[in-house]
Design a protein around this ligand. Sequence first.
Ligand code: BES
Ligand code: MN
Ligand code: ZN
Length: 503
Amino acid sequence: MEISVLQGQIQKQRSPALVVNLFQGARPGGATKAVDQALGGLISAALASGDFKGNNNELLLLYPGKNLRGFAARRVLVVGLGKQGEFTPEIARQAAGTAARRLQELGVEEGATALHGSGAGGLDPEAAAQALAEASILSCYRFDHYRSGDQGGKELKALRVVESDAAKLGAIRRGLRAGSTIAAATCLARDLGNHPGNVATPSYLAGVARRLARQQGLRCQVIDRRGMEKLGMGALLGVAQGSAEPPRLIVLEHNKEAGGRPLVFVGKGVTFDSGGISLKPGDKMEEMKFDMCGAAAVLGAMQAVASLKVPRYVVGLVAATENLPDGRAFKPGDILKTLTGKTIEIVNTDAEGRLILADTLGYARRFQPAGVVDLATLTGACVVALGSHASGMMGNSEKLAEAVRRAGEHTHERVWPLPLWDEHREQIKSDYADMKNTGGRPAGASTGAALLAEFADQYPWVHLDIAGTAWETQTRPYVPKGCVGLGVRLLVQLARSWKGGGF
Ligand code: BES
Ligand code: MN
Ligand code: ZN
């Protein structure tokens, strides 16, 4: 979708559809008022009838007909913004997403829109434009690579923001560019997540990383089995042992020239998690193709950070493998030696994410990071604790956690703190090794993080457990079912707001 800005008056646009907005209980103002007047009061009439109230995400679709002189648009779509006093950037995103999806469903291929929230809503035009671009693109996302035949659905190809105030055009253009770039990166992450496990293998992810590097000027290194052996990554190799697909550790570096300590993103990339010898039950096992959504978020974020030329040193690390049962697979009771030398007793081969992250967090030491944020679909326990509206956050740095929390508020990818205490470390003590890979059912998200903490001990670190947030089973205003691309926008916001220096 191409999103551009044009100076002009929206009611004069010749377009298959105009989109304007309305606060609940308010009279039409700004662009909406101008359109209402040009329509001879059609919007006011709908309000007076009580049929349309301007509730959040409520839509009113009008067909002006040919009798209105000077009105050249075929449709007018009014989207509700809810109560003015409760307005947020997230409501602007939802409104833009709801409207864009409706246009696409109608088969409309191009539209003209007002900028939601920058008038009475009080959003700064750059932020409003970013929100509009992000949500319009994200809401129209479809994944039909594997459906044969004609899908029939037309694509909303172009959206023009119409703004009367020339002074705002520069800011709007900047916001649209950032929003479009970040949304494209989120769609890349969604694609990676939605592709099935037989396509999105560890080597496939490595191929995507290499392509990104070529296109965006990132440095890329892919470490294979032999490289992992040399590095002593016994935990990642242990998980990979039962799979015929070779594992990959992907290293992407952006703007190393900026110097200083980097911000490092780490993603769990288990391209299919069967549980291994501790096999999962069959019900919903197909969803475990999404067990690489952390990796997808990191790859998406690196694309956006590079494309936006964020003036900071940022590193992306992705640990990619399958977790399958096999005659050669690792087993409960096995003891694995990690890159840092610490040993882990395997109690349950289904707690594999923390194993591959242990080696990757150990590997991150060599970058002397200013901060490390890992994203992982790590525990079912986190889904039980927080459901799908917040990711679990644990770590060792209040300052980095606060920065991550803020970024998540900004993008509405909310995080919520869970404890990480010495008692959780106690739970993973082993009789045979330095630690064991599960601490039983109680506080499962925290004991998972406690294992990671053993390897993230040399830098500020935050762990996001995205098991409940990474994919959706129900469509939301700008999030279709399937992989959400969760974390891309948060990580990019974190990198863009980071002033450099320590956390
Ligand atoms: N990938 C799963 C976690 C998961 C489960 C994510 C459901 C999303 C939905 C992870 O590898 C796993 O299997 N964790 C185990 C850990 C347990 C064995 C300590 C779990 O949560 O059951
Ligand atoms: Mn597992
Ligand atoms: Zn897993």
